[in-house]
Design a protein around this ligand. Sequence first.
Ligand code: KIV
Length: 291
Amino acid sequence: MKTSKVTIHTLKAMKERGDRITVLTAYDATFARLLDEAGADVLLVGDSLGMVIQGNDTTLPVTVEDMIYHCRAVARGARRAQIVGDMPFMSYQASIEQGLINAGRLMKEGGCHAVKLEGGAQHAELVRRLVGAGIPVMGHIGLTPQSFHQMGGFKVQGRESGGRERLLDDARALEQAGAYAIVLEGIPSEIASDITAALSIPTIGIGAGVGCDGQVLVIYDLLGMDDSFKPRFVRRYEQLGTRIRTAVQSYVDDVRSGAFPSEAESFALEPERKAAAAADTPVYSTGGKRG
Ligand code: KIV
């Protein structure tokens, strides 16, 4: 079946029709293929990879090179989904030129279809220049993890007096600058619904309630890879951390006891071909996908 690729126009039309948009993070080709086949509209190569892949406490150490590496892998795995690459910390904050160059690298070298950057009105001019250069931009306001130290931790944003107006102003500034969608992270549901109603571009929520045009989750959280991490806004659809540990424990036991590999999982020489067989028995077929 031929399915058309998701573009910024697809997402706008989805908002207009009231169809909810599904976004998930992806960091490699195998996950990208699975999430794409399962129907995710957008694959976000989030700088959350700094935490879930690299094991850092924050997203701050992630580099442009890291992002390009993972974006390229995701681009190889996906067919239909739009691929959005996160602009990492300090890849766009120092100057507009720096932002243009690094966003261009995510598109040219990483194979992304769009970039995402954190922050509101203060980045409106950069967004305008990126869009002018043909680079679609997804905004990201509310809890912006790159400002971890400025925010004093991963905290819900917008509850203070004037918080609703500040977030609305940021969202409007991004829309006016040409952003095609905005992630709303860690803000009260009422504010997220107000922003969604005020904009003609889609909002994608994470910890922002059901009133957004779409939702995003970190795929490792959705799959329950880390049993010690269960913030309120995450719904776990699997307990893969537990299941992976159980599967690997079985493997370890089987290797130790000699139950793996069995004869059926091993190769034997046929008595009459002892000399020739080793040379022409393929160990496995790659189907042209590896190597
Ligand atoms: O880096 C990331 O994964 C993100 C999403 C959680 C929105 O920015």
